[in-house]
Design a protein around this ligand. Structure first.
Ligand SMILES: Nc1nc2c(c(=O)[nH]1)N[C@H]1C(S)=C(S)[C@@H](COP(=O)(O)O)O[C@H]1N2
Ligand SMILES: [Mo]
Length: 153
């Protein structure tokens, strides 16, 4: 496990986000890689109804970078493909590809790195999915480590 040494002896885990499974291009994204991708900032209410500003990379951008079927390719067997998001505590969440695909709808699925302009706090970050306009935040997976594309056979 690599670490980043900050001033005053504070260390942070240099955590990467793994994108694997049925992708053309498996990825190991660092925070620096993510910062070079398109960014979006949204306002969303957390579990307690408190609104925060969340910033990060639209999930669809990450799927495009990994070469996941999208748009017109999303038919036939590709519609039985899914995105499995996994966290370091073992929490797992599934999304269907058309949910995330902006050619199907305009819902916002954001891979967030910042909350209210600051890195996500320990226990939430460094990466968390935020699903806007979903009535419950159960799929707002904290401490996200891996995105895997699979297919239901
Ligand atoms: N990694 C991880 N993410 C998670 C969970 C979890 O147990 N582990 N619980 C989910 C559920 S059920 C809810 S309601 C919200 C709660 O978010 P909060 O802990 O930030 O209030 O986180 C979601 N994300
Ligand atoms: Mo929950």
């Amino acid at each position: 496990m690599s670490v980043i040494l900050l001033a005053a002896g504070i260390t942070l885990r240099a955590q990467t986000l793994t994108v694997n499974g049925l992708v053309n291009k498996p990825l190991q994204l660092t925070a620096a890689d993510l910062s070079k991708m398109p960014q979006q900032t949204i306002t969303a209410a957390d579990k307690d109804g408190k609104t925060h500003q969340y910033s990060g990379v639209p999930l669809f951008e990450i799927l495009k970078a990994a070469g996941v079927p999208s748009g017109k390719e999303l038919h036939g067997n590709n519609l039985a493909k899914y995105l499995l998001a996994q966290a370091s505590d073992g929490y797992k969440v599934v999304f269907a590809l058309p949910e995330i695909d902006t050619t199907f709808n305009n819902r916002v699925f954001l891979l967030t790195t910042l909350m209210d302009g600051k890195p996500l706090p320990a226990g939430q970050g460094p990466y968390r999915l935020v699903v806007k306009d979903e009535k419950r935040p159960a799929r707002w997976i904290r401490e996200l480590t891996t995105l895997t594309i699979g297919e239901i056979k």
